[in-house]
Write a protein that binds this ligand. Structure first.
Ligand SMILES: *Cc1c(COP(=O)(O)O)cnc(C)c1O
Length: 484
């Protein structure tokens, strides 16, 4: 049976259901599947399968303590009518590359792919336990709404979302603050995403309650990560079926990266046998990962920038810990040491051996604000595609990076979540009102505004709480008392 262990203590062994419920290990580590190199999914067996069928194969590989029927039910509920595309994550051409469209879900960001299914997995994992579940979520913009939609009105489940005050896009903020549902809470924190993520992790490590089980909707939860492995296979199969590549031919995936969750899912796909040449990690102006992949030094002692791609404004990329653990032969002591150095000094340096292993699979680029805007303009004018401020970062890197394999850009959000900045990039004047900008973009591009974003303009704001970082934990403790 497939087991999961903590990156900071291998003795901490869990089933997948336990790992999903807990989210983060008590020692602060992240759960990683054991014996992952012994697992394999044969591409030849996927050729005729639907998204849902591929998902089942991937889920069965990691979640062996679920029955096939349980997984089928979860998958069918998540990927029925909630995505506007039958293929869930369709792939299309953009210039001489391809674009994997991950934004056709209920909140128009790639986070939907995992967060539509996670509540069902959690519910199955939690069956027959006489406790309530309380989901803590830190968001850089998109996870928040996707998690709220996934968990609102789910029985015996409660959720609080913390987002960085004034550092998400107006549409992202409105999406969250207008969410209805008895069990939801949305709080703006005077700080950045790293502060929100640190807060949430600290709560897991320090709060124990016999009646209320804390869990996570962030990509630190293995139940978030595994569903993201699916679309790497799906993209490959689609290109194969369209005759764009030959069986076995390797491709590159270009991934706009923040918390390193999406790209880590790509690496898991590669381990399972998806023919991937390089995974290209692209950062915005917060280019800590670029420096790390080039030098082996992870140094958070640097300025934090608020950019026009806010969902990637992150300095502490949690899922990198999983990659280091896997590539360092599951050496938990070593990882615990790195993470201790990170906590105490804000910096750690990995050995050359490990860096070489990372570079065997990963390339790194970054894209500043100016280049991001130019990329949006170029995609619009040359390729007739309207792309968002995160996808543009990957588009930029895709233009620079050629190694003989075809490039697949991961398109992570709808451009309508970042209207004025997209409008501005394609040389039209910004509008006073973000929703006027939305309509203007539709007029210029002819691309339909997703209903869920259009309606935000007319919804009432329900959540308006703002707290300082020091007081945020108190909110969690108070909510636990209310939930009981
Ligand atoms: C979350 C997000 C990212 C970054 O993904 P990670 O898994 O955190 O690396 C990129 N683009 C968008 C639009 C996002 O919402």
């Amino acid at each position: 049976m497939s087991k999961f262990v903590s990156t900071r203590n291998k003795e901490e062994v869990k089933t997948s259901k336990q790992a999903i419920v807990e989210g983060l290990s008590k020692d602060g580590g992240l759960y990683v599947p054991l014996n992952i190199f012994e697992k394999r999914i044969e591409i030849e067996n996927l050729l005729k399968l639907s998204y849902q069928d591929i998902a089942l194969k991937v889920f069965l590989t990691f979640f062996e303590d679920f029955s096939e029927q349980e997984l089928k039910d979860a998958i069918n509920r998540a990927y029925d009518s909630r995505f506007s595309e039958k293929d869930i994550t369709p792939i299309s051409k953009i210039g001489d590359s391809y674009m994997l469209e991950l934004y056709h879900g209920p909140t128009s960001a790639f986070k939907d792919v995992a967060l539509t299914v996670l509540p069902h997995l959690l519910k199955i994992s939690y069956k027959n336990q006489n406790k309530k579940v309380y989901i803590l979520t830190a968001t850089s913009g998109d996870t928040g709404k996707a998690a709220l939609e996934g968990f609102k009105n789910v029985e015996d489940t409660y959720i609080t979302v913390f987002y960085p005050n004034e550092s998400v896009s107006l549409i992202q903020e409105k999406q969250m603050t207008t969410t209805t549902g008895e069990n939801v809470q949305v709080v703006a924190v005077n700080g950045n995403f790293d502060d929100c993520q640190r807060l949430v992790k600290e709560c897991y490590e320090t709060i124990r309650d016999v009646q209320v089980q804390l869990s996570s909707a962030n990509s630190i939860n293995i139940g978030r990560l595994v569903p993201q492995v699916v679309y790497y296979f799906k993209a490959y199969i689609d290109l194969l079926n369209k005759g764009e590549i030959n069986l076995g031919e390797k491709v590159n995936f270009i991934v706009p990266t923040g918390n390193f969750g999406n790209i880590l899912a790509g690496y898991l796909a590669k381990i399972l046998g998806c023919p991937i040449n390089k995974l290209v990690c692209v950062s915005n102006k917060n280019n800590i990962l670029t420096d790390f992949i080039k030098t082996g030094v992870y140094d958070t002692n640097r300025k934090f920038y608020n950019t026009i791609s806010p969902s990637m404004d992150i300095l502490v990329s949690s899922n990198l810990e999983r990659l280091l653990f896997i590539l360092n032969n599951y050496d938990d002591k070593k990882i615990a040491t790195y993470m201790k150095e990170l906590k105490e000094n804000g910096i750690y340096k990995i050995d050359k051996d490990l860096l070489d292993k990372i570079r065997e699979h990963f390339e790194a680029f970054y894209c500043d604000e100016q280049d991001c805007k130019m990329a949006i303009k170029e995609a619009f004018e040359k390729d007739k595609r309207l792309i968002d401020t995160h996808t543009a970062i990957a588009y930029f890197a895709s233009k620079q990076y050629k190694n003989g394999s075809k490039n697949i850009i991961l398109a992570t959000a709808s451009p309508y979540k970042f209207c004025n900045n997209v409008l501005d990039s394609i040389n039209s004047d910004k509008k006073e009102n973000e929703f006027d900008a939305m309509r203007e973009l539709e007029k210029i591009s002819g691309e339909k505004i997703p209903e869920n974003l259009k309606e935000v303009e007319f919804l009432r704001e329900i959540h308006n709480e703002v707290v300082n970082v020091e007081n945020a934990k108190k909110i969690v403790l108070e909510r636990i008392e209310q939930i009981k």
